[in-house]
Design a protein around this ligand. Structure first.
Ligand code: ADP
Length: 355
């Protein structure tokens, strides 16, 4: 009978199909257990629950162990621990990855995509928050539905000081905050620079987000004000740029990419929304290639998405079968994997030995 160590040795050099490096190198092999009848359990740790098609790893493990003498049936078990930069520490955020969703112009479906990414990642088993920072047109409260209101509560710090904390609205377990919860639907708010900066800072700092794997931020279209504030406050995992396939719309997306680069927010990639007969297809993918940024997928133009959005039932896009679900999940997986890859590819800091 083989030993557990021998099994792990056989698996160490298997290549992870997403990152392209060995399971051993990536620290994904968590253990092997042998039963008394020779049956084995192999434990694999994924860098995010949004890891796509994990059965590829299971199949490779099965194939690698197939010839081992006296080995019984092999069971491959997966766990997932989201990797993150945890860069919100200085403002007290316990969020592993902050993802901004932006667009060059309004109306391309940015808020719809941001909300979908939030519900989508959550449906895959991640802990997620959604912050609506689209101060000029906060549509997230409507899209998520639920009708709740955030609650303000006094809490005591360890040093005895009393502060007021804001508790986000929870819709299907998704934590949501938006300026839209604080203004009347028909009320227009004119935001001047310092006020905007203060509002965004307060949203991030004074909201009781708890521990999150991903915080999705729906940015206002175009302008860089909010992006600049964010990049000053914390280290974002990156920005996702949403655009529609037509050439005119793509020009604005190119400007948005340039803006993120200017404020030093890494661009995770581009999403093409409303792909189909009306606006065309493939423009964003081509533009992403030209700009040297990842393409995260296309989302079809689909009345079902609009109807769920209008009804405040975006969560149902994931809990019920529908033609757009796989496209939306594909975008979530690609975004999460872009982050995981960038973290796994960053060489760990050399450790200093103290003699
Ligand atoms: P933005 O945030 O870019 O201004 P919204 O997310 O508010 O855009 O979307 C604008 C409108 O387009 C909404 O009515 C929304 O339901 C609709 N919409 C967005 N994406 C799609 C899609 N893929 N298919 C059909 N309708 C969509």
């Amino acid at each position: 009978m083989p030993t557990e160590f021998q099994l792990l040795e056989r698996l160490r050099n298997l290549r992870d199909p997403e990152v392209g490096r060995s399971l051993g190198e990536l620290g994904m092999l968590k253990g092997a257990k042998l039963g008394d009848k020779g049956q084995a359990t192999i434990q694999i740790e994924l860098p995010t629950p949004a890891y796509p098609k994990r059965e590829r790893i299971a199949d490779a493990v099965q194939a690698a162990l197939a010839g081992v003498p006296e080995l019984g049936p092999v069971d491959v078990q997966f766990t997932a621990v989201v990797k993150g930069k945890n860069t919100g520490g200085s403002i007290g955020l316990k969020v592993k990855n902050v993802i901004a969703v932006g667009s060059g112009k309004g109306g391309v479906g940015k808020s719809t995509v941001a909300t979908s990414i939030a519900f989508g990642l959550q449906s895959l088993g991640c802990k997620v928050g959604l912050m609506d920072a689209d101060v000029y047109g906060p549509s997230v409260p409507h899209l998520v539905g639920g009708g709740g209101q955030p609650m303000a509560m006094k809490t005591q710090l360890e040093n005895g000081e009393e502060i007021e904390r804001m508790f986000p609205v929870e819709v299907n377990g998704l934590k949501v905050i938006s300026i839209g919860y604080f203004i009347k639907p028909d009320q227009a708010v004119i935001w001047r620079g310092p006020l905007l900066h203060r509002a965004i800072t307060q949203f991030l700092k004074d909201t009781e987000w708890g521990e999150l794997d991903y915080l999705i931020i729906d940015l206002p279209p175009g302008t860089g004000d909010v992006s600049l504030t964010l990049s000053q406050l914390l280290g974002l995992a990156g920005a996702i740029v949403v655009c529609t396939p037509q050439q005119v719309a793509l020009l604005d997306a190119v400007k948005a990419v340039a803006m993120y680069r200017q404020v030093k927010i890494p661009v995770l990639g581009m999403v093409e929304n409303m792909t189909g007969e009306i606006f065309g297809r493939g423009g964003a993918q081509q533009k992403a290639a030209e700009l040297g940024i990842p393409f995260l997928g296309e989302i079809p133009i689909d009345a079902g998405i609009r109807i769920r959005g209008d009804a405040g039932e975006m969560a149902k896009l994931f809990s019920e079968d529908n033609p757009s679900r796989s496209h939306l999940l594909n975008v979530c997986e690609n975004a999460a994997m872009q982050i995981a890859k960038s973290l796994l590819e960053t060489p760990s800091m050399p450790t200093l030995e103290i003699l």
